[in-house]
Design a protein around this ligand. Structure first.
Ligand SMILES: C[S@@+](CC[C@H](N)C(=O)[O-])C[C@H]1O[C@@H](n2cnc3c(N)ncnc32)[C@H](O)[C@@H]1O
Length: 234
């Protein structure tokens, strides 16, 4: 399925987007929400991995960058740009796999929550929150989405989590451990360890700050969460 391309190689992806790309099904129709430069759909189209993609963004500027990349790599027959707040303007038939990467976890949860057609077992959500991953995990658990896979990666000097989610209608409990580290708690990879270390360092800083301000009760609350995560050697 490799196609003629004036540039011989697809647009390069960093580890974070590469991990997102690895969760996308071969031959799918993809929606990339918050696409910015459209690196992800352009890369997948160049490699002949997807049937089509809609590269969406809420702002015109990013879509101009996206359009330039689409033309540069000669994939305009496969990848279309679309001005859309979340998935509001997206045709559900064009979005069997949906990537939302590089946005905050609350925003991702909000977009999912208001898009009823995502509550459908045949679709896949590939989610990479930049912040508030715990808020997103809680939302998914409480809204009938199962996190089927979760992997961590290091990109630059930062550590990220990417989740593959499918709707099955079952609402799940989300204890604090799962809220903070998700499925990475069962993953022995160095990347998962690095993610958990990052979460624990943040919690430790928060606990120390609360103790220094005399907020012992709040500090104790977060210390319990910290202890529940710190069971890796059990
Ligand atoms: C940091 S970039 C992420 C780009 C790319 N997805 C990545 O992970 O590298 C976030 C993009 O999300 C877009 N965005 C923010 N809110 C959005 C919304 N409600 N709907 C669609 N796009 C949105 C921004 O305009 C921006 O281009």
């Amino acid at each position: 399925m490799e196609r003629d391309n004036p540039h011989r190689f697809p647009a390069p992806l960093d580890n974070r987007l590469r991990l997102c790309a690895s969760f996308v099904r071969d031959g799918t129709r993809l929606a990339d929400v918050g696409t910015d430069h459209a690196y992800l759909p352009v890369n997948l189209a160049c490699r002949g991995k997807i049937l089509s993609a809609v590269a969406c963004d809420v702002r015109k500027g990013p879509l101009e960058n996206a359009r330039a990349n689409i033309l540069r790599f000669n994939v305009e027959d496969k990848v279309k740009t679309l001005l859309s707040d979340g998935l509001d303007e997206v045709d559900p038939d064009d979005a069997l796999d949906i990537v939302m990467a590089g946005m905050g976890g609350e925003l991702i949860a909000d977009i999912i929550g208001r898009t009823q057609w995502l509550y459908d077992e045949s679709r896949r959500l590939i989610l990479q929150p930049m912040t508030r991953a715990g808020t997103l995990r809680s939302f998914l658990c409480g809204s009938g989405f199962r996190i089927v896979r979760e992997k961590a990666c290091l990109s630059g000097r930062k550590c990220y989590s990417v989740m593959l989610c499918v709707y099955d209608g079952k609402k799940r409990e989300c204890d604090h451990r799962f809220e903070y580290i998700g499925m990475l708690g069962e993953d022995d990879s160095p990347e998962a360890r690095a993610y958990i270390d990052m979460i624990m360092s943040k919690l430790k800083r928060k606990i120390n700050g609360l103790r220094q301000s005399g907020k012992e009760n709040e500090a104790a609350y977060y210390q319990d969460i910290y202890n529940s995560i710190d069971r890796r050697e059990d």
